[in-house]
Design a protein around this ligand. Structure first.
Ligand code: SAM
Length: 272
């Protein structure tokens, strides 16, 4: 059965009836494409654990997930949407939580949980990083701006490659599944979006590794040697480590893959 919320007209009427408007501060671009909604639900299956949705909005995806058999916990920051969600999700087994998703205790969700969401653009990167660090998610399936999806899946020596690419690679296998045009949303955003799926590998955070990677990319145009020595890593030690790894002294951060950064960290953090 078609989802009653997948038309701009239905969304406009629903908002009007509740005296609401799509609030840009909350990144409110509601999905209105039945075909894309279906692709997201299919990409998220099988529902082997509780499904967390950040930002249910008017409930379009929440409803589709619940109707497909998922046990959904939906976390929404905009309290104005409470009466709408109570109407659109009536009778469905969804737990609604009204709070900022960044304040949610993600470290306590059951092992094997799933995230399925059309993420608010302004918290997407920090939220996904945090969820990966918890080690509790079996799968994360979400919409983000295409540019963010490209950074998540970028390979070394490409312009989009950096801290986010390495963070994602450290924790997960990443897939960029498809692009969504602005017309798939109401109101249409200015940019193209993309559907991303991450399969975590159960690798815990490595704070020393990520301090090193952050320092390496903080000055992207500099050589790795200058970026790291500028951030306080002893220059002679970095020079020695690059040599031991067979890397030229003028190498830049974007030329190193995750394995190279792991080996560099091991050399820099080994007591002399
Ligand atoms: C891009 S809209 C997606 C709405 C809906 N899931 C859909 O696909 O139509 C993002 C949603 O996240 C909510 N939101 C924004 N910031 C949030 C935050 N920090 N915590 C929880 N929800 C947030 C917005 O109010 C909005 O409902």
């Amino acid at each position: 059965m078609a989802n009653p919320l997948t038309s701009p007209k239905a969304v406009r009427e629903l908002l009007e009836r509740h005296g609401l408007f799509a609030d840009r501060r909350f990144g409110q671009n509601f999905l209105v494409s039945e075909a894309h909604l279906h692709r997201i639900v299919e990409a998220a299956r099988p529902f082997t654990g509780p499904v967390y949705e950040v930002g249910p909005g008017l409930g379009v995806l929440t409803r589709a997930l619940a109707e497909a058999g998922a046990e959904v916990v939906a976390i929404e920051k905009d309290l104005r949407l409470k009466p709408v969600l109570e109407e659109t999700l009536k009778g469905l087994p969804v737990r609604l939580v009204f709070q900022d998703a960044l304040a949610y205790p993600w470290e306590e969700v059951p092992e094997g949980s799933l995230l399925v969401a059309n993420l608010p653009y302004n918290i997407a990167t920090s939220l996904v990083t945090r969820l990966l660090k918890t080690g509790r998610f079996a799968r994360l399936v979400f919409l983000v701006q295409k540019e963010v999806a490209e950074r998540m899946t970028a390979r070394p020596k490409t312009p989009a490659y950096g801290l986010l690419s390495l963070r994602v690679t450290h924790h997960a296998e990443a897939e960029k599944l498809l692009d969504l045009p602005p017309g798939a949303f109401f109101p249409p955003p200015k940019v193209v979006s993309a559907l991303v799926r991450l399969h975590p590998k159960g690798v815990p955070d490595d704070p020393e590794l990520f301090a090193l990677i952050e320092a390496a990319f903080a000055k992207r145009r500099k050589t790795l040697l200058n970026a790291l020595s500028g951030a306080g890593y002893p220059k002679a030690r970095v020079e020695e480590a690059l040599k031991a790894l067979g890397l030229p002294p003028a190498v830049r951060a974007e030329e190193l893959d995750l394995e190279a950064f792991r080996r560099l960290k091991a050399l820099l953090y080994t007591p002399v």
